[in-house]
Design a protein around this ligand. Structure first.
Ligand code: GDP
Length: 439
């Protein structure tokens, strides 16, 4: 425990008007300070984990009727004495109560200071502290799950186990050094190599998970590209309008509809640079190759839209070659399937869009051909599924650890490099002291 000698206070709920707001104090004097305003009973004589109804007064001035919750050290969030005051959710009331608490010796907390104290007092490790931030900002099922798993220590536990196994080997190797003359080998090199290989598999998987983890946390910047009149703005509007409908159909949802963003199974696709799509005829063709590339480079995913009736297979191939050279995942989508030529009487019907026949189809390697009608909504479900498939690998399960944090990702990469050193050392049979250092 680190003994902080001051008591901090801050609102725990966001500014604005609400039914209830919570003000939180942490520190050795938090109960004593609150007691200066609370008139109904002596809070200092009350047991931990109890709630007390009463009036807060500053001198003669009545501030509010409140509920005070007491959490005594060490069984609180920060492991210090913590008081939570639930008051009425007016910005003025919150400020007035805090002013009163400052007067009796509290000081305003810095941003994140409650969590910092909890961390320094050993309540959780850094990964878990970071996860609390992520959990607070979670705005989809996927971000919520990932943050919750990390906060509960899933990630930390996995890393700790791997680390312990390595430390065990390092100590065996170091033990050999004490018997330098005698040429003994406590650490079986084959076992060590197997362990390192095993750990590399886990680390690689964690590193790989960052691709999805990052997507889950920050959304997928998506661009709809294509020639003028391919139907880009129609498609964008169709996707966004369906999203609006989905959001407002879910009972009790208060999530604001976010312009230019859709969620598919908890993963957010952010359509970037859509202003041009909506209001002008700003198009790839009009912009020239350099600017097009600049624009597309911001994307993590490109939907390349083409008009099935107006595009020959050769044209499509040419355009996709350009897109491919960007090395960004893309999805080629044929639009206006509804306007495809209908068979005339007595004629053999043209192949159906789902067979890919008749229409110019994207080359293999980008999944089977996908045909939609932005105007009628046909194929949009399939399009959503394809978008999801582009970012989600099949072997991801909800219970898997997902790395969502850039710092963790960097550290895992360094670990991977260091372990490669160990493997190289084992390969060339370097001496134990060098091997131990690498580990
Ligand atoms: P953009 O230039 O790529 O943004 O294309 P627009 O979205 O402005 O669409 C160009 C024209 O194609 C408009 O007249 C649309 O109504 C029409 N259009 C777009 N999608 C479809 C579709 O799926 N079927 C049909 N029949 N027409 C479409």
């Amino acid at each position: 425990m680190i003994a902080f000698d001051d008591t901090i206070v801050a609102p725990a709920t966001p500014p604005g008007t609400s039914a209830i707001a919570v003000i939180r104090l942490s520190g050795t004097q938090s109960i004593e300070i609150c007691n200066q305003l609370f008139r109904n009973r002596n809070l200092q004589e009350q047991p931990s984990h109890t709630i007390h109804y009463g009036t807060l007064r500053d001198g003669d001035e009545v501030l509010d009727e409140v509920l005070v919750s007491l959490f005594k050290a060490p069984t609180s969030f920060t492991k210090e004495d913590v008081v939570e005051i639930s008051c009425h959710g007016s910005g003025y009331v919150v400020q007035r109560i805090i002013r009163g608490l400052l007067k009796y010796g509290a000081r305003l907390a810095e941003p994140g200071e409650f969590t910092k104290r909890a961390f320094l007092n050993g309540q959780f490790d850094l990964a878990q502290a970071e996860a609390i931030g992520d959990l607070i900002h979670a705005d989809s099922e996927a971000t919520h799950q990932a943050a919750l798993h990390q906060m509960r220590g899933g990630f930390s536990k996995q890393i700790r186990t791997l680390r312990e196994q390595l430390v065990h080997f390092a100590s065996l190797v170091e033990l050999e050094l004490d018997f330098g003359e005698e040429d003994v080998e406590f650490a079986n090199r084959t076992d060590l190599k197997n362990l390192v290989l095993e750990i590399q598999i886990v680390i690689s998987k964690l590193i790989e998970s960052f691709r999805l983890g990052n997507v889950i946390k920050n959304g997928v910047p998506t661009v709809i590209a294509g020639k003028p009149n391919a139907g880009k703005s129609t498609l964008l509007n169709a996707l966004l309008n369906e999203e609006k409908a989905i959001v407002s159909d879910i009972p009790g949802t208060t999530r604001d509809f976010i312009e230019d963003e859709i969620q598919i199974e908890g993963i957010r696709f952010r359509f970037i640079d859509t202003a041009g799509l909506r209001h002008t005829t700003d198009t790839i063709e009009a912009m020239g190759v350099a600017r097009t590339r600049e624009k597309l480079k911001q994307a993590s995913l490109i939907i390349y839209l083409y008009d099935v009736a107006q595009t020959t297979a050769e044209e499509l191939e040419d355009e996709l070659r350009e897109i491919k050279s960007l090395e960004i995942p893309y999805l080629a989508v044929g639009n206006k399937a509804d306007a495809a030529p209908q068979p005339r009487k007595g004629e053999r019907p043209p192949p159906t869009p789902s067979e890919g026949g008749g229409f110019p189809t994207p080359p293999s390697g980008v999944g089977g051909p996908l045909f939609i009608s932005a105007a009628t909504g046909q194929g949009l479900d399939e399009l959503r599924q394809r978008l999801l498939d582009k970012v989600r690998t099949d072997d991801y399960r909800k219970t898997d650890t997902l790395v969502t944090n850039l710092r963790h990702y960097e550290q895992l990469r360094l670990t991977h490099e260091a372990l490669e050193q160990v493997l190289a050392g084992l390969g060339t049979s370097i001496t134990g002291d060098l091997l131990a250092m690498d580990i």
